[in-house]
Design a protein around this ligand. Structure first.
Ligand code: NAP
Ligand code: MG
Length: 513
């Protein structure tokens, strides 16, 4: 087995890659608007009700119409997963991992095409779409290797006269509930981690990005995943979500999404149901109000670059987005100026045409973000943006507010859009205090050239993924295992060596010799 290596990003400055991307976007454009069924135990089921996936940057363009599950179909999917668990759990780790490696190879071959789907369906520009596909490939390559490492006997202390063995076995049927913001990477990561550990799943994609999830399902089928191991069940979260979460045969729930939905799932899953013979496990990765601290002696140009790419990459719609800049008062005005200069250069336009700032995901998000911008106008000084942007989609100008108080709503609440709150700190201590003063704890950065401050931050900036002198987005599988503290979730550390254990249970067997 070759050692795990991250999939390289495509360089779109290279005319060859640019040409491939343009070609892929044209090809995928011809495939837009088709119908996609649910897939339960391999069976294609077309439903009367549909979920229509629309290009958020071109509201007249339907990306696809997918089936919409009701509770009867949700139950059917759950029992299909339950039936297939009996055989899938007997596959060797190598056989299960083989499916992931093959799927990764297929994705590599179809990379630009998958990226084009992400441009149309999620409003990702080329580099963002490329990172999403690369991460999906990485998850499968990484978890496949993890399954091999954790398959077979694990180390235990030797006792003469006894044969002691510890192995990891799967849990059972999992419900995977995925977000739309990494609609390929996170969905693929959550799903393949669960199945490579020997579980079977019902996969509920986000309703705003279900077509790319169907493409993933097809790739897994092509890679040899048996029918019933992954059941594709698009449907409204509020309609089928509670049903799946509370079902007595559900063994675990792997969720990535908002705090409110995560809390609801955690609460419902904790309730014992008639006929249920286990405590359900919940892996929940939720929101963030991530921040970048800039120290008095930091390299200010670097800090401004990091702030802008963390806050505005994919329109700020990343759980890791640096939506707060917390800046030492000595350099505050300068940093505001450098940030605003850069933000004004971010042109807004269609993702498939590779504008640096694309649309936000849907009408609900659009309205919510514009409402927050109005709140920001009360709470601080508008430095850039502040309005809708032109176009037949959910376009919003990248927006910067200065003079935001640490307790302000803009400094506390996850907006999940292109809105940056700049906060002034009296000194380094104060900056740390502001950084830690939210209910979340996902990512953070410190820009500083003071070794003492860096070491202080290493222990005292309380978040799952902390970075020094670089942006707070762009975690890489294997290198930066990802997950947050407090209301950011269960700190599952996706893309790390602890992750598969969340979908496994250990069995110890001793034989007296
Ligand atoms: P969301 O609205 O919570 O939706 C996530 C998923 O939950 C969707 O599939 C949704 O289905 C489903 N859902 C909704 N109501 C449900 C219910 N009652 N029971 C079960 N499932 C239900 O989140 P989102 O808007 O897709 O994603 C953005 C959020 O995800 C942000 O808060 C972001 O910070 C967070 N996020 C966190 C991480 C991380 O690693 N910590 C990574 C990415 C995103 P429908 O689409 O049908 O409503
Ligand atoms: Mg859409």
């Amino acid at each position: 087995m070759i050692e795990f290596k991250n999939e390289p990003f495509s360089n779109f400055a290279d005319p060859a890659n640019k040409a491939k991307m343009v070609e892929a976007a044209a090809l995928v454009k011809n495939e837009l608007g088709q119908d996609y069924p649910l897939v339960i135990n391999g069976e294609r089921i077309f439903t009367e009700g549909k979920i229509t996936s629309v290009n958020p940057g071109n509201l007249d363009q339907v990306v696809g119409n997918v089936g919409k599950a009701d509770r009867t179909l949700a139950a059917k999917a759950l029992y299909a997963a339950l039936d297939s668990f009996d055989s899938w759990k007997t596959f060797t780790p190598a056989a299960r991992a083989g499916c992931l490696f093959k799927a990764a190879a297929i994705m590599r071959r179809r990379k630009f095409e998958l990226e084009a789907w992400l441009c149309y369906e999620a409003g990702k520009n080329w580099a963002e779409a490329d990172a999403d596909v690369a991460e999906a490939i990485d998850f499968m390559e990484f978890y496949g290797r993890e399954a091999l490492r954790l398959g077979g006997n694990q180390p235990v202390t030797v006792l003469p006269g006894e044969d002691n063995r510890l192995t990891y076995i799967p849990l059972g049927v999992g419900v995977v509930i995925a977000p739309w913001n990494f609609p390929l990477a996170i969905l693929a990561g959550m799903t393949t981690a669960a199945v490579v550990a020997g579980n079977t799943v019902v996969l509920k994609p986000a309703s705003t990005a279900p077509v790319i999830a169907y493409k993933f399902l097809e790739i897994m089928e092509e890679a040899g995943i048996p029918a019933g191991v992954i059941n594709y069940l698009p449907g409204s979260g509020s309609e089928v979500g509670d049903f799946l979460v509370t079902h007595p045969k559900t063994r675990f729930i792997s969720f990535t999404g908002s705090k409110d939905v995560g809390l609801r799932i955690n609460e419902l899953a904790a309730r014992h149901q008639p006929g249920q013979i286990w405590l359900k496990r919940v892996v929940a990765e939720m929101g963030g109000k991530d921040g970048i601290v800039v120290d008095a002696d930091a390299s200010l140009e670097d800090a401004a670059d990091g702030i802008v790419s963390s806050a505005f990459g994919f329109q700020g719609q990343k759980c890791s987005a640096g939506s707060r800049a917390i800046v030492h008062k000595d350099v505050y005005d300068k940093v505001v100026e450098l940030v605003v200069e850069r933000v004004r250069r971010l042109q807004v336009g269609p993702a498939e045409e590779n504008f640096p700032a694309g649309p936000v995901i849907d009408g609900t998000a659009y309205k919510k973000i514009l409402d927050y911008i109005e709140i920001g106008k009360q709470e601080g000084n508008l430095e850039a943006g502040g309005l809708k942007a032109e176009g037949n989609g959910y376009y919003i100008q990248p927006t910067v507010f200065s003079g935001i108080a640490p307790e302000a709503r803009l400094a506390q609440e996850e907006i999940f859009g292109p809105v940056l709150a700049m906060i002034k700190a009296e000194n380094f201590e104060h900056a740390l205090e502001i950084f830690n003063n939210t209910e979340y704890g996902l990512t953070g950065s410190l820009y500083s050239n003071n070794r003492g401050h860096i070491e202080r931050a290493r222990s005292d900036m309380h978040c799952g993924n902390l970075y020094f002198n670089r942006k707070c987005t762009g975690a890489l599988v294997g290198i930066h295992p990802f997950g947050g503290f407090n209301m950011s979730g269960t700190d599952s550390k996706a893309g790390g060596r602890d992750y598969l254990l969340l979908f496994s249970q250990a069995k110890a067997v001793s034989e007296k010799l």
